[in-house]
Ligand binder design. Structure first.
Ligand code: NDP
Ligand code: X2W
Length: 314
């Protein structure tokens, strides 16, 4: 029997990518709500009841409302918004944190899909804090380049319409240090303090490059770059969606933020020297940063091979 899937917010950027990926699958039946009634609570509830699993691809407030409508229907939920990521009763949807996390996702009916920038920072920092190499009070800093699809339909329309000149240039934002991904980063990495975080949006559709600089003298035991690389490589050994590139690999000196655009996996680069290391993770904000991760979580929750239906490159 096919698994019935409802995508609440199917015509948004994240919803559309999930729809595209699942439409090609023989094991999935997509339940399609009508355009006119897609914001009608009674109609949404009907679809929640009919579905085995529902994706919420909505703004935060609408996601909270939709999760309320799902209560008591028996449907499993994956929320791609910020609303439930670290909420009580929800499991954080980053299975590569540990074997236990992947098992928690498999047995949960409520999964909060990670934020795109957060996925990058967490992929680099959590293995080091979990191994005891990076102390909880390490002053983490991160900068993150993103394509404009990260801002959803409104930002896509701005970049793809009659552009004002400021949109031709990379734009730094989150300047007040209150970006909405900071709480999940702190919680999941078990950090004592919020990182210093600089997101930068630029004039290309999709792709994300997140870099965390590391001073090795501030790590436990002052390890060298080889030790840091080995810790990350061991953490992700055998993972289908996160690949640690050979130590020092830098693609000829230029790491492009759109290198993984269209793909659902992530690559990690470790460059620098024994004193100062740059940890960089490259992926698609709509792939491992949103829709790809959501489908990875769905496959785990349904007991299907987690690689099914995703674009993992060659
Ligand atoms: N874009 C990205 O890279 C990422 C996005 N996310 C998160 O995913 C969620 C969706 O984002 P994204 O797809 O980018 O946003 P979009 O703005 O592209 O899409 C949101 C969609 O939700 C619809 N919508 C709004 N309110 C309701 C409602 N009450 N009922 C049904 N549909 C509704 C909108 O319709 P309408 O336009 O008609 O109002 C729109 O189609 C957000 O919470 C976002 O933060 C997470 C990770 C990455
Ligand atoms: C370019 C841009 O504006 N990007 C968004 C990130 C989108 C995202 O991942 O946000 P969620 O937490 O809702 O998942 C931002 O930085 O707020």
């Amino acid at each position: 029997m096919k698994t019935k899937v409802f995508i609440d917010g199917h015509s948004g950027t994240t919803g559309l990518r999930i729809h595209e990926r699942l439409a090609a699958r023989q094991d999935i039946e997509l339940l399609q709500i009508s355009e006119e009634l897609r914001k009608n609570p009674d109609e949404v509830k009907k679809y929640m009841k009919a579905a085995d699993i529902a994706f919420l691809c909505l703004p935060d407030a609408a996601a909270v409302e939709a999760a309320g409508l799902a209560e008591g229907t028996g449907v499993k939920i994956i929320d791609t918004s910020t609303a439930h990521r670290i909420a009580l009763g929800w499991v954080y949807g980053f299975p590569e944190l540990s074997k236990e996390q992947s098992e928690k996702i498999a047995h949960s009916s409520r999964v909060g899909n990670p934020g795109c920038h957060a996925s990058g920072v967490i992929s680099l920092v959590q293995p080091l804090t979990a191994a005891g190499m990076m102390p909880a009070d390490y002053p983490v800093t991160a900068f993150s380049l993103t394509g404009y699809s990260g801002g959803g339909k409104k930002m896509i329309a701005a970049y793809e319409g009659e552009k004002t000149t400021d949109l031709l240039s990379p734009r730094q934002y989150g300047l007040g240090q209150t970006h909405k991904h900071l709480p999940e980063i702190v919680t999941i990495c078990h950090l004592a303090d919020k990182p210093m975080f600089s997101p930068i949006v630029d004039d290309y559709y999709s792709g994300m490059e997140v870099t965390v600089p590391v001073f090795t003298k501030l790590l436990k035991g002052a390890p060298g770059i080889q030790d840091v690389w080995e810790t990350l490589a061991a953490h992700y050994d055998g993972c289908d969606f996160i690949h640690v590139r050979p130590l020092g690999e830098d693609k000829g000196g230029f790491l492009a933020a759109n290198d993984m655009s269209g793909r659902d996996d992530m690559e990690i680069f470790v460059t620098g020297n024994d004193q100062r290391i740059l940890l960089t993770s490259i992926f698609d904000n709509l792939g491992k940063g949103a829709s790809g991760a959501a489908i990875e979580n769905m496959n785990i929750m349904l007991g299907i091979d987690p690689k099914t239906g995703l674009n993992l490159g060659d």
